[in-house]
Design a protein. Structure first.
Length: 342
């Protein structure tokens, strides 16, 4: 019986990636993780990792597999340190960064609300609530690593219910909360959003030009309709559909950040009066709804959908924000239409 209890403890609440002396200094462990990886690197890596869990249409390269597996080991330590932190009895003194609201409005912190960002310990505790540590790590870390090694992972994963997306949001939320405790908030500024860097193209304008060579306004609006009106029928929804949904989400997420880049970069070319008016219109739109709120609308289309929640919890994203995203899409498409003509 004693041996059985010991095994049960290891499977649930034991921070297995930490050395005993690290239990007394979980924030030190968190700082070590972020000494090796920036928050942006983690955000980009988790984004690129997601398709490998949901389909066999995309396979990791040897370099990707090595990088992501190694990152997974560090995320294992990050989760363990966060778990120790929220379960220890000593009080943690934390002073919220005065720039938090701007970081959220700019979508630099892409997954936390302002209230969650102001209370990172409480946020971590909420993320762990109702789940044993080993179970949390299995879903958030070990299954991700398994997907790198097993090309058929998607067949026995949870793509039918979009659980991988929920795990993606939770792990990003934990990383953003932990990052604040590492005291590194002053190095988050960037020329453009991390999601555009996932394209592998250095210049956001070049990505936009390439994107609109193959896409028309109807294609982008179809992506938005697909995302907003998610339906799941047990006989028809399958991992390939889940992967298609992620492609729509990814394109839209990058496009709205490209639009925000157009609105805020003084060096953006305005070859004619029409282009200049479009940029001014985009600025006005983002003064009404910040890029952070706009991006969270797209994420909520999935997180609040009835593919992801129980029937009793089904919610619907705000229609005013839907109209806002539609306007952003039209303006951005028009800008690149004029851009191609010059």
């Amino acid at each position: 019986m004693m041996e059985s209890n010991a095994i049960s403890l290891w499977q649930t609440d034991y921070p297995s990636s930490l050395y005993p002396h690290e239990y007394a200094d979980p924030i030190g462990v968190i700082k070590q993780v972020f000494d090796q990886y920036t928050l942006k690197q983690i955000q980009i890596a988790l984004w690129n990792w997601l398709p490998f869990q949901m389909t066999d249409e995309i396979k990791p390269t040897a370099d990707q597999r090595f990088f992501l597996f190694r990152l997974g080991n560090q995320l294992d330590r990050l989760v363990d340190a966060a778990w120790v932190l929220v379960n220890q009895y000593q009080e943690i003194t934390y002073h919220a960064d005065p720039n938090l609201k701007n970081l959220i409005n700019s979508d630099t912190l892409s997954f936390l609300s302002l209230e969650e960002a102001r209370n990172p310990i409480k946020t971590m505790r909420k993320l762990f609530k109702g789940s044993k540590l080993h179970r949390w790590k299995t879903i958030a870390i070990y299954d991700r690593q398994l997907a790198l090694l097993d090309p058929f992972f998607w067949m026995h994963g949870n793509s039918m219910y979009l659980r991988e997306f929920g795990e993606y949001v939770n792990l990003n939320s934990l990383a953003e909360a932990a990052y604040q405790l590492a005291g590194s908030m002053d190095n988050l500024n960037a020329d453009y959003h991390w999601s555009i860097e996932t394209t592998g193209i250095d210049d956001p304008i070049n990505w936009g030009v390439g994107y609109f060579k193959t896409k028309e306004i109807k294609d982008v609006l179809n992506s938005l309709a697909f995302l907003y009106h998610i339906k799941r029928w047990s006989q028809e929804w399958h991992p390939s559909a889940a992967f298609q949904l992620m492609q729509h989400y990814g394109d839209l997420y990058r496009l709205i950040h490209l639009a925000h880049y157009l609105a805020n970069n003084v060096n953006i070319p305005s070859p004619d009066d029409s282009s200049e008016r479009i940029i001014e219109a985009l600025k006005k739109k983002f003064r009404k709804f910040s890029i952070g709120k706009t991006a969270r609308f797209l994420t909520d289309c999935i997180s609040l959908s009835w593919t992801f929640r129980e029937v009793s919890e089904r919610l619907k994203p705000d229609e005013n924000e839907l109209k806002h995203v539609e306007n952003i899409i039209h303006l951005t498409t028009n800008y690149f239409t004029y851009y191609k003509k010059t």
